[in-house]
Design a binder for this molecule. Structure first.
Ligand SMILES: Cc1cc2nc3c(=O)[nH]c(=O)nc-3n(C[C@H](O)[C@H](O)[C@H](O)COP(=O)(O)OP(=O)(O)OC[C@H]3O[C@@H](n4cnc5c(N)ncnc54)[C@H](O)[C@@H]3O)c2cc1C
Length: 274
């Protein structure tokens, strides 16, 4: 039960949403699927007087827009997994979503964009989107801007979103990619400790690690020449500055396994290469 008075808003347009967020700045939260927000409010970890529900605006389509695929902010994990477009064009994303735990309830309600905005270092989606070269479409007081996923997080649980801003969609180029994925977690039902998305897109290749630092870490790799395990580990080790620690694992453990996790994602990509 949420013990503090809460005013519920359901604006119909992005402009109205931004106006509400500005009017109640510091005392307002955006509601996605609510899987993080509602427990936070219930436990009293977060106290706000206003909640802005994005459902009045739609934001629940997955569609092609020119060269891009646009995934609305209210698309749930289930929607993502049911999308033929995603399965066909960005199967890596479907694979990552399939591995998110929490069961049917979580998959039905929670949104990948909500996970991105929450910004917990160990969650699957921020590093997966960053690894795939996604952008986030952000609406705010000056209109709409797109932020590369790799630049969206500034610290654990902190994003570039400013007053009045919210995410409308995740946008990904509909280009062929060679990908590989690996994640380490304690048990089938637990949250990730370190994840790695390898992606080669034309002449650009990188492995992007989640859970290793406060924000996703992108390690560029040669796109054509094969990279040996020792070299890959060295590249990852050289890129890590401050490994993330939480109740799931200390930073030194994450740093120790990161090179191996990255290499497994990379090796898998060789099986998927064209
Ligand atoms: C039981 C359980 C198991 C889980 N297992 C995993 C797992 O294995 N792997 C994993 O990666 N994650 C896991 N998660 C986390 C899950 O991915 C997130 O809880 C979920 O995706 C958050 O999305 P939401 O739509 O419910 O966000 P909400 O709870 O609605 O919002 C989260 C935060 O983001 C903000 N926000 C939401 N949408 C927007 C927006 N469009 N614009 C601006 N701000 C916004 C909210 O204000 C809030 O601060 C698990 C969660 C639970 C409860």
């Amino acid at each position: 039960m949420i013990r503090t008075p809460l005013q519920y808003h359901r604006p119909a347009t992005a402009e109205e949403t931004t106006a509400l967020l500005l009017e109640h700045d510091g005392d307002v939260a955006v509601l996605g699927g609510g899987s993080q927000l509602l427990p936070q409010l219930t436990r009293g970890e977060l106290t706000v007087s206003h909640v802005v529900d994005l459902r009045g605006m739609g934001l629940c389509d997955i569609a092609t827009e020119g060269p891009d695929i646009v995934i609305g902010a209210l698309i749930s994990y289930r929607d993502l997994l049911r999308s033929a477009l995603v399965g066909d064009q960005i199967p890596h994303l479907a694979r990552v979503a399939r591995g998110v735990t929490g069961g049917r309830q979580l998959h039905n309600a929670a949104t990948p964009v909500g996970a991105v905005c929450f910004g917990m270092p160990g969650t699957d989606m921020p590093a997966a989107f960053a690894g795939l070269g996604a952008r986030y479409r952000v609406h705010g007081p000056t209109g709409t801007r797109e932020v590369p996923a790799a630049q969206f997080h500034v610290d654990a649980y902190r994003t570039v979103l400013g007053p009045g801003e919210f995410v409308e969609a995740a946008v990904l180029a509909a280009t062929p990619r060679v990908t590989g994925y690996c994640k380490v977690k304690h048990s089938a039902g637990s949250w990730p400790i370190v994840t790695a998305t390898y992606c080669r897109d034309g002449e650009s290749a990188a492995v992007t690690l989640g859970g290793l630092q406060a924000v996703p870490l992108r390690v560029p790799l040669p796109s054509r020449a094969e990279v040996g395990e020792a070299e890959l580990r060295d590249r990852v080790d050289a890129a890590v500055t401050e490994p993330w620690s939480d109740v799931l694992a200390p930073g030194r453990y994450r740093a120790r396994i990161a090179g191996t996790v990255a290499h497994r994602a990379y090796r898998e990509s060789w099986e998927n290469r064209t």
